[in-house]
Design a protein around this ligand. Structure first.
Ligand SMILES: C[S@@+](CC[C@H](N)C(=O)[O-])C[C@H]1O[C@@H](n2cnc3c(N)ncnc32)[C@H](O)[C@@H]1O
Length: 229
């Protein structure tokens, strides 16, 4: 389908696909100009390629959910950058995006100096699209594992874990158990960044993590948790 210049400008300003309005168009123009003025060519290029459909982050309405999965959606982009601005990321940090989908957040994370960025995705189709997106953008510091999140247990080198409402409590319980075992092996400070925190009560009930902040996100709650010392 032919995309209009208005659609491209709007989506260049932000990722979520919303009905075109003057407000969104103005925001797209504002953010595009802001990136130009700051000389953020790489970011502008990524946003335009997403808007042009060269990088596939689209939601598929025919997607089904199961007892171990929630839907795919993309949370990368400016709203995610606003969340990450609250952390002083350095090369001492490493992050897992549990349920990485098509890699939208991995693309956003690749701008920060993490030593390691790993996406875990249960759907082979989505994992393949994520790999393709990462390859097209020539991003080299990201790796993608295709498995159930609860089966990814090599967590000792990571200190940040990101979740955008990827799965129900039955999976989250397994993932939290794996993180807790990793903390017992390798004590360290760990931060959970949880957008749309469906399993908040489960985390609080676990006694290992407590909520330390609620961050500004234009669409969802974003809760931050740290392990209790
Ligand atoms: C809401 S999307 C988030 C995508 C990406 N993290 C982002 O924020 O843009 C959730 C993703 O989690 C994946 N997922 C669901 N259940 C999973 C499971 N048990 N193990 C691994 N991935 C899972 C889904 O296939 C979907 O791609």
């Amino acid at each position: 389908m032919q995309r209009t210049v208005f659609q491209i400008l709007r989506e260049a300003g932000d990722r979520p696909v919303m009905p075109l309005s003057c407000r969104h168009l103005a925001r797209g123009l504002k953010h595009g100009l802001m990136l130009l003025c700051r000389g953020q060519w790489r970011e502008l290029q990524i946003r335009l390629r997403i808007a042009l459909g060269q990088i596939d982050l689209k939601v598929d309405p025919s997607e089904t959910v199961s007892e171990r999965t929630h839907y795919y959606a993309d949370s990368g982009g400016l709203a995610f950058d606003r969340i990450l601005a609250n952390f002083a990321i350095s090369a001492a940090d490493a992050i897992v995006d549990f349920g990485c989908g098509k890699g939208g957040v991995l693309i956003s994370l690749s701008k920060y100096p993490f030593s390691r960025i790993t996406g875990v995705e249960i759907s082979p189709d989505l994992a393949d699209i994520a790999r393709d997106n990462i390859r097209k953008l020539r991003i080299s510091n990201v790796d993608i594992r295709c498995c159930d999140a609860a089966d990814f247990k090599q967590l000792d080198t990571y200190n940040y874990f990101y979740f955008f409402d990827p799965f129900p409590s039955v999976v989250m319980a397994g993932v939290l158990g794996n993180i807790e075992q990793s903390l017992a092996r390798q004590p360290r400070k760990v931060t959970l960044i949880y957008l749309n925190p469906f399993c908040h009560d489960l985390i609080e009930a676990g006694q290992v993590f407590s909520k330390t902040a609620t961050l500004d996100h234009f669409e969802h709650d974003c809760f931050i948790y740290s392990n209790r010392s």
